[in-house]
Design a protein around this ligand. Structure first.
Ligand SMILES: [Zn+2]
Ligand SMILES: [Zn+2]
Length: 304
């Protein structure tokens, strides 16, 4: 029974806990939902409901309406300014892992900003530090969120390019943040807060050490297996049989090593082939991406 409960917790089958709140941190029924919204007392992730004030063009676009290019560009610039400001401000409380702004326009999700810190303590510091502060003339509201994996919260169809529910979808449609902007903001964060960088490097070092010792463990197990095999064989056969089998082994071995050489050569050739193929593919990807970027830049500069 307990096992079954654990399996269905937060899924559609769970009649007690709300799956939407569990996965996305927001549910269209809000306080009137018939299922329980388990609000965590503390979490690495915080949500700032409706913190981002979407310009009308952004709402119209998310609603599937036609919007003039120049208004769209304005909306993108407006959002990027906001993102940069919020990111920089929130980084003062701790090392940020992710900042996601919902592009959804449903009442319960519009303008929601999700912020994931490296630790719960940092999120708690942010919660305390922001208490009673204002943003754009409104008191900042914040709560801890159950969302820890944004991949689970995101809408799959939207990720693949098209969601037929549009802006009113109940799964998260994150606003697009360019890779350059993200890179720039993270770099600035580590420059402004050397402590975060130190912590991150330490984390990476322990991670590396752990994975190394894991593979060493594996090797040790394999080694002891081999020893056991050898012992078993010694138990099975007598001294004479072994000497005969050893000379047979030697013959077999030379044959094997010859065929091994063949195989090695084969696989080397195959590897070359696939590397060439990879290179071709990568070149194609780059070209596609460049073309896409050019197109975007062109449409942007035409408007400037
Ligand atoms: Zn609910
Ligand atoms: Zn969707």
């Amino acid at each position: 029974m307990a096992e079954r409960l654990a399996k269905i917790f937060g899924t559609e089958e769970d009649k007690v806990n709300c799956p939407f709140y569990f996965k996305i941190g927001a549910c269209r029924h809000g306080e009137t939902c018939t299922r329980i919204h388990n609000k965590p007392p503390v979490s690495q992730t915080m949500v700032f409901p409706h913190l981002y004030d979407n310009p009308p063009a952004a709402v119209a676009f998310a609603d599937g309406l036609n919007v003039p290019q120049e208004n769209l560009v304005e909306a993108v610039n407006h959002f990027e300014d906001f993102y940069e400001e919020v990111f920089t401000e929130l980084a003062k409380f701790g090392e940020l892992e992710e900042v996601v702004v919902a592009d959804n326009i449903g009442e319960h999700m519009i303008g929601n900003v999700y912020v994931k810190y490296q630790s719960e303590d940092q999120a708690q510091a942010a919660m305390q530090g922001l208490l009673g502060r204002y943003y754009a003339g409104k008191v900042i509201m914040a709560e801890f969120s159950p969302v820890t994996d944004f991949r689970e919260a995101k809408c799959r169809q939207y990720n693949e390019g098209a969601c037929d529910r549009g802006g009113y979808c109940n799964f998260m449609h994150p606003k697009h943040v360019t890779r350059d902007l993200k890179k720039q903001l993270f770099r600035a964060m580590y420059e402004d807060h050397p402590q975060y960088k130190e912590d991150r490097d330490k984390r990476k070092a322990t991670e590396k050490k752990r994975s190394r010792s894991r593979s060493e463990d594996k090797r040790r197990v394999v080694g002891s297996d081999r020893d056991r095999e050898r012992e078993k064989e010694r138990d099975r056969g007598g001294e004479r049989r072994r000497s005969r089998s050893r000379s047979q082994d030697r013959k077999k071995h030379s044959k094997r090593s010859r065929s091994r050489e063949h195989r090695r050569r084969d696989s080397r050739e195959r590897r070359h082939d696939s590397r060439d193929r990879d290179r071709d593919r990568r070149g194609r990807d780059h070209r596609d991406r460049d073309r896409e970027r050019d197109r975007r830049d062109n449409s942007r500069s035409r408007r400037d």
